[in-house]
Design a protein around this ligand. Structure first.
Ligand code: PHE
Length: 337
């Protein structure tokens, strides 16, 4: 009986140092394995006196059952702990900030360009394009600006050769479209233009939007109506507008269109050079000489044309006083739009 009791005690002692499932497996083999201590004890039962056998057998069996249950209990405890440990070690730290891909954004000039385009498209205008490297013929001659004509001085031209220039305005697209298509026409032509000029209000490359309409009875009032709707959409309905007589070789009569200065509300300031007005467009009725160049019957067709500087409109809208900042690629500036 004493031996049986000491078997239990030694098990209790041994089980104190069990810290893992592997330790437990060793403990199990030591006591319950084929050559284990409990198993051996059971085998020795046959060698003790028959009268003591039942009591001893019962006692050994009790110890065996006790050890089995104890091992089972310990096993499930250790498994739970191991499970917890695994979950902790596999956990993802979702508080770490993600890896960001910096997004680009639309350039303010492109933003205004699409705003302008949208307004005209909503009025039924189609969008056309022309080459930036242009023939002298389209840029000047077909627009009633012959070689050696003093009007050429109005534009500081980059010449590629005698016959090829960087277009100085988007007006050549008028001629290119009219050569290809017959009226009725209702077209805008946005794009880059180039002039050899650089200061606070000029960059060698800038953007224009050309527009023109040709049909059997287009009048100056149509020009006024279209431009007024446009200006009211782009700078606000409350902005005053004025048409001022002007001159362009390819329109007759010609006008420059001013809006009331949005910086001083017409009081007069540095931006409007104290006039209270800001020029934003050139326009006029298409000169019959241009129609003749493309073979339109000048007795049948009339039309208007206009051209505007996109940077100028962006400067007015965003209160920017130096045009060069659009093309310096300073992210602190560009990120504001
Ligand atoms: N092309 C002219 C310029 O660049 C603007 C304009 C276009 C004027 C159409 C009248 C008609 O100054």
């Amino acid at each position: 009986m004493e031996e049986i009791l000491s078997l239990k005690n030694s098990f209790l002692e041994d089980s104190k140092s069990v810290n893992s499932l592997a330790d437990l497996q060793q403990l199990k083999v030591k006591y319950l394995g084929k050559k284990g201590l409990v198993t051996s004890k059971l085998k020795t039962l046959s060698s003790i006196p028959p009268e003591l056998r039942p009591a001893s057998g019962k006692a050994v069996n009790e110890v065996k059952v006790y050890i089995e249950e104890e091992i089972k209990r310990k096993e499930s405890l250790l498994k739970q702990e191991e499970h917890k440990r695994r979950i902790l070690s596999e956990a993802i730290d979702i508080t770490l900030p993600g890896k960001f891909t910096p997004f680009g954004r639309e350039h303010p000039i492109n933003k205004i360009l699409s705003e302008i385009t949208d307004i005209f498209v909503s009025m039924g205008f189609a969008v056309e394009e022309g080459p930036e490297v242009e023939l002298d013929y389209y840029n000047f001659e077909a627009l009633n600006i012959p070689k050696n004509h003093p009007a050429r001085d109005m534009q500081d031209t980059f010449y590629i050769s005698d016959e090829v220039v960087l277009r100085t305005h988007t007006s050549p697209v008028q001629v290119r479209v009219m050569e290809r298509k017959n009226p009725p026409l209702k077209v805008i032509a946005p794009g880059k233009v180039y002039r050899c000029d650089a200061d606070i209000s000029h960059t060698p490359m800038f953007h224009q939007v050309e527009g023109f309409m040709v049909d059997t009875d287009i009048a100056f009032s149509d020009l006024k109506g279209v431009l007024e709707s446009f200006i009211h959409s782009i700078v606000g309905i409350e902005t005053p507008i004025r048409f001022r007589p002007s001159f362009f070789p390819f329109t007759e009569p010609s006008a420059e269109i001013d809006i009331g200065c949005i910086f001083c509300s017409g009081e007069g300031c540095r931006v409007c050079k104290t006039t209270g007005w800001l020029e934003i467009l050139g326009a006029g009725m298409i000169n019959p000489k241009v129609f003749e160049m493309v073979g339109y019957d000048t007795d049948v067709y009339s039309g208007f044309a206009f051209g505007m500087g996109v940077e100028r409109i962006a400067m007015l809208k965003y209160s920017i006083d130096d045009i060069r900042i659009f093309f310096e690629n300073d992210m602190r500036f560009l990120k504001q739009f």
